[in-house]
Design a protein around this ligand. Structure first.
Ligand code: NDP
Ligand code: MG
Ligand code: MG
Length: 340
């Protein structure tokens, strides 16, 4: 069993008297900044003028430009979109990254794929919550937390691991459990998880199920409830009690169907394709494609977003959800909730 770290194992005193710059105030940024502040640490948010800047001010935080925040801070947490980090790092963070500071990430993509090569005289580590930023904040406020991974890439001070753990405690992650990893393992597993299971695998599964029912002449609204709405209830049961806990709550008929039909949907061929996806990630093919897509101005990304938003399940779902305002109660803002 891997070693897990919890609140009682961590001395957060290491962060006292230090200034933490949270660069970016999006999904992860707003959660880290507010949680760290509520945990008693000195936080300065670094973001460009605009929506996030105004929001951070409104939330009562000290807000500066990225450059100023990086200059002021001992610990610089980069919570910008992965594809923008290289440019902002080179222009605004690197010039302020003097010896002895710490450069921190919530995902290893840019360091692992050599987009950002930090100087040799700073600590480099990551603290990656295993959940969307809005849950990082919401669970913290509720006295709980989202588990996180941490990894040390460069340890100049000899304290990088302890500072990473203190940071993880500050955002509430050590209430749920913190696990040590490497930049390579975090990056590859994070990309695989979101592509094959959490985001890509799931949306494709739901769409295929919805389309199968609608093409067979069933009502789209019913197909939406069956293949999308009900999913959350099932996932909640799995979150609470694993697959056995979920299977305890469903009917024996559903459980029998789970056993005999599930493996017909996801079979050995699916798993073989998952292995291909993992290989593409490990060999850097996925990263290369995504970096190029951004360099080209995202033509395919934008086209996918547009066509996916027009899928019948989205149109039907929007109408049904408008009649169930309670399903959206938890989402306090319009900001996206994504699996990083
Ligand atoms: P978001 O897209 O939610 O955040 C974007 C933030 O960056 C906004 O505040 C935006 O400000 C700011 N920003 C964008 N471009 C610039 C710029 N050029 N200069 C200054 N500020 C800029 O990012 P996420 O929170 O999703 O991701 C941050 C990191 O966390 C990534 O490394 C991601 O992989 C990781 N992660 C994310 C998870 C998640 O739940 N989303 C989960 C785990 C890890 P503006 O309003 O001005 O656009
Ligand atoms: Mg049913
Ligand atoms: Mg991710």
């Amino acid at each position: 069993m891997a070693k897990m770290y919890y609140n009682q194992d961590i001395n957060e005193g290491l962060l006292q008297g230090k200034t933490i710059a949270v660069v970016g105030y999006g999904s992860q940024g707003h959660a880290h900044a507010q949680n760290l502040k509520d945990s008693g640490f000195n936080v300065v948010v670094g973001v460009r003028p605009g929506k996030s800047f105004d929001q951070a001010k409104e939330d009562g935080l000290e807000v500066k430009t990225v450059r100023e925040a990086a200059e002021q801070a001992d610990i610089i947490m980069v919570l910008l979109p992965d594809e923008r980090q290289k440019k902002v790092y080179e222009e605004e963070i690197e010039p302020a990254l003097t010896a002895g500071k710490s450069l921190v990430f919530a995902h290893g993509f840019n360091v692992h794929f050599n987009q950002i090569v930090p100087p040799a005289d700073v600590d480099v580590f990551l603290v990656a919550p295993k959940g969307p930023g809005h849950l990082v904040r919401r669970t913290y406020e509720a006295g709980a937390g989202v588990p996180a991974l941490f990894a040390v890439h460069q340890d100049v001070s000899g304290q990088a691991k302890d500072v990473a753990l203190a940071y993880a405690k500050g955002i509430g992650a050590a209430r749920a459990g913190v696990l040590e990893t490497s930049f390579k393992e975090e990056t590859e597993t994070d990309l695989f998880g979101e592509q094959a299971v959490l985001c890509g695998g799931l949306t494709s599964l739901v769409k295929a199920g919805f389309e199968t029912l609608v093409e067979a002449g069933y009502q789209p609204e019913l197909a939406y409830f069956e293949t999308m709405h009900e999913l959350k209830l099932i996932v909640d049961l799995m979150y609470e009690g694993g697959m056995s806990g979920m299977r305890y709550s469903i009917s024996d008929t559903a459980e029998w169907g789970d056993f005999v039909s599930g493996p017909r949907v996801v079979d050995a061929d699916t798993k073989a394709r998952m292995k291909e996806i993992l290989t593409d990630i490990q060999e850097g093919k996925f990263a290369k494609g995504w970096i190029e897509e951004n360099e080209n101005g995202r033509p395919n990304f934008n086209a996918y977003e547009e066509s996916e938003a027009k899928h019948q399940i989205e149109e039907v779902g929007a109408k049904l959800r408008a009649m169930m305002p309670f399903v959206n109660e938890g989402a306090k803002s319009k900001q996206k909730e994504v699996v990083g």
